[in-house]
Design a protein around this ligand. Structure first.
Ligand code: ADP
Length: 276
């Protein structure tokens, strides 16, 4: 049984369809990437899976249960979200933030107990944030803050982790550190990961399967090798790229082609190059 199943999902904010006829299944322990141009519906799709937005058409099953039949707090016991770091400015300590992950599990009186503190402690251990626990969230670097947000998500003890452009504001080292940590959790704990990213090369490196969205539809999905091609990227992003194999990982590697031939590109032929 798949852990997430979407069947013919359609969604509108206003009158126009932002998602249309989106169907796919995710197995436990999968690492799925959702890529596509700005405005193609990636974040909306994540919010629909998370139950924040209700689809206008179609059905979603989480662990075999229709999401409409699940209460919000029960969904939050299964699904945790790691958002973009820049959106999270909190006047709280790291420890307080991580404990917030326990919210869906708290009893009637909403007080954390010994178990909650132990789980939060373990989440900080796994993300190497224990030494930061008494620091203010606002006094951390972007990379540290993202590790804390993973810790908060882990404290939720989810089966599914949704990542919404989680490394958009991180430098290359911290991007790789972030995804290495997520991949370790994915492998060691069979954590199911669904990650929205605009970085096609990161998706290629870490994801088992990729969904390429275009105007709210699935253009194609499959392994990185099946999805990432010069033609699919051209069709969807409307730009020329070269796709070859990363010499170290063997994964598809996308190189944008510049409009300027001297920069190694060939987007325009010399005669047609625009006058700047
Ligand atoms: P992506 O994450 O791929 O950039 P989004 O899911 O954020 O795409 O947006 C898809 C489309 O829905 C865009 O055209 C965007 O303008 C529109 N949209 C997003 N959020 C809202 C909203 N709250 N109200 C109305 N339209 C929205």
């Amino acid at each position: 049984m798949s852990i997430v199943k979407l069947e013919q999902i359609g969604f509108t904010y206003n009158e126009s369809w932002v998602l249309k006829d989106v169907s796919f299944e995710v197995d436990k322990g999968d690492f799925i990437g959702i890529i596509g141009p700005n405005g193609s519906g990636k974040t909306t799709l994540l919010k629909v899976i998370d139950g924040i937005l209700t689809p206008r058409e179609g059905e979603i099953w989480i662990n075999g249960a229709l999401t409409q039949t699940l209460k919000r707090e029960n969904l939050a016991k299964i699904i945790a979200v790691v958002p973009q770091e820049s959106l999270m400015i909190f006047p709280f300590t790291v420890h307080e933030i991580v404990l917030m992950g326990r919210a869906p599990h708290l009893g009637k009186w909403r007080f954390e107990g010994e178990t909650d503190f132990r789980i939060a402690h373990h989440a900080m251990e796994m993300t190497d944030t224990l030494s930061l626990m008494n620091r203010g969230m606002n006094a951390l670097s972007g990379g540290e803050r993202q590790r804390v947000l993973i810790a908060r998500a882990l404290a939720q003890q989810p089966q599914i982790m949704l990542l919404d452009e989680p490394t958009a504001f991180l430098d290359i080292k911290h991007q790789v550190d972030f995804f290495d940590l997520i991949k370790t959790l994915n492998k060691n704990q069979a954590l199911t990961v669904i990650a929205v990213t605009h970085d096609i090369n990161l998706a290629s490196l870490y994801c088992d399967r990729i969904i390429l969205l275009h105007n709210g539809n699935i253009h194609c999905m499959g392994s990185p090798e099946e999805v990432i091609s010069e033609s699919s990227i051209k069709d969807v992003y409307e730009t020329n790229v070269a796709v070859d194999r990363n010499p170290v990982t063997g994964k598809p590697r996308v190189t944008p082609l510049s409009a300027h031939p001297s920069e190694g590109g060939s987007r325009f032929d010399a005669g047609a190059a625009p006058q700047l």
